[in-house]
Design a protein around this ligand. Sequence first.
Ligand SMILES: Cc1cc2nc3c(=O)[nH]c(=O)nc-3n(C[C@H](O)[C@H](O)[C@H](O)COP(=O)(O)OP(=O)(O)OC[C@H]3O[C@@H](n4cnc5c(N)ncnc54)[C@H](O)[C@@H]3O)c2cc1C
Length: 529
Amino acid sequence: METTTRVAKGKACIVGGGIAGLATAAYLIREGGLPGRDITVLTRERVTGGALDGSGSAAEGYLIRGGRMFEEHFGCTWDLLSQVPSLREPGKSVTAETLDFNRSVVTGSHSRLVRAGRKLDVSSYGLAPHHLVSLLRLSFSGESSLAGKRIDQWFAPDFFETVFWHLWRSTFAFQPWSSVAEMRRYAIRFMHLLPGFHRLEGILRTYYNQYDSVVVPLETWLRAQGVHFVMEAPVVDIDFDLGDHGKSATAVHYRAAGTPRSIPLAAEDRLFVTLGSMVEGATTGAMDRPARPARELDDGAWALWERIAAKDPAFGRPRVFCGDVDRSKWMSFTVSLTTPAFFEHMERFTGDAAGTGGLMTLTDSSWFMSVVLAHQPHFANQPEDVFVFWGDGLAPDAAGDYVKKPMSACTGAEILAELFSHLGILERMRPLMDRMRCVPCSMPYIDAQFMPRAPGDRPAVVPPGASNFAFIGQYVEVPDDCVFTVEYSVRTAQTAVFSLLGLPREPTPIYRGAHDLHVLLDALGALRR
Ligand SMILES: Cc1cc2nc3c(=O)[nH]c(=O)nc-3n(C[C@H](O)[C@H](O)[C@H](O)COP(=O)(O)OP(=O)(O)OC[C@H]3O[C@@H](n4cnc5c(N)ncnc54)[C@H](O)[C@@H]3O)c2cc1C
């Protein structure tokens, strides 16, 4: 990664070691010329990466809380990773490694939706004229007119039975009660994907999971630059000087090994704070144990945001996002197998080699389950005879169709039994269960960024009058871009660094397919198929 001559004085402190925080550190070095030794990252977990996780082993079972889909127009992400050296392919950047990988392993599902154990024909999205009118009206509505509105307040009830909605819900994890303003942003930003949406065409993936393929190379580069990481260090409060003529952060308070500590901030120092986290409070289970119910943390991302939001109305309204766990939660599960039987069955059934099909959704599952068979190996340390796949359930409180229990109360073995029953392969898989490790994962805030919101609920990246601090991550306002993406967090990092350091660079422009007549016509054609 190239670095520039130093343009800013002072030190930088970054709260949060997710991709937003790591990208901030990279841009401070690369564009701001700050020496790595002047940058400190404070983060709550034992590892960096936040939502971009990948952990475990073949013996105990691997865990990815999510499987991340990227696409060609993640301009900020590709820009960031274009200067991070790949660890798997020395001499290449992570961007080059990822794009090359996607040229050889191309996503194009032949089995996107399944009902009663059979593949559904998804070539038509099943949209009636009144659904199309609602979609068009939505794309022409100003965002302020959608304040606080939910998707199910915009569309007729029969919209939620269409192929389009099943594809939309399972691909992006929207719920009927999610923000319709956020749905509008997705429909516009990803319009170019609509013609191939039923086959997930245009979706790009990293070679391994995103912890191994993105976070580890990025952290390795940052450490080589001298960036100082303080792990297991929850930041519990920030002092601000909130005068009439400007606002500045003056100290950061955190705990390390249980001991309260502080970092004083001088006027020329910069502070970057990740607000909120979709993976906070995530808990895991095992083959014989459900994921524990989550509890609210008093020293986490939400607690810090609530504490500082009370100090200034320009710092946003965290409760809008974290205040209704029953609406923001869902579950995922990661399965490690020492038998190829399930992969062989799925490849035959779907017609897709592992890594090329993407999500397969069981539309008649009361848990609204999906599974994805990643290209193998999915972990850098995964042995050749181990196979890993991922799944989710967007309705974890509903009783299962076969196990008759809510997913949230199920062990890994019960989740597998439900999945195999839907696929009609329970009897074939049952004798192999002792060669499977299913790790359920409960995520109370996973859809928090989709909660219906109004202007002002998310603060600006650099709040008006802020002289030395900025907010980053999923819960700050970036016009036109889409939350629940890595891209959004990296964009906030670019915006924060370029703006706070007064650099002569604008964030990477957002791709605007809607301004291209061909894209518009192709999208309309696809919606009317
Ligand atoms: C299941 C799942 C599926 C996903 N699918 C996709 C996808 O298909 N495509 C896509 O682009 N994106 C996807 N994402 C979203 C993407 O992973 C996130 O948007 C992104 O990684 C968020 O990064 P972040 O740094 O903003 O926040 P986080 O990843 O939440 O990281 C923030 C970190 O900062 C720490 N922190 C926060 N506050 C404090 C504090 N006060 N003190 C100390 N530490 C603190 C947190 O503990 C956390 O580790 C998915 C995520 C999940 C979980």
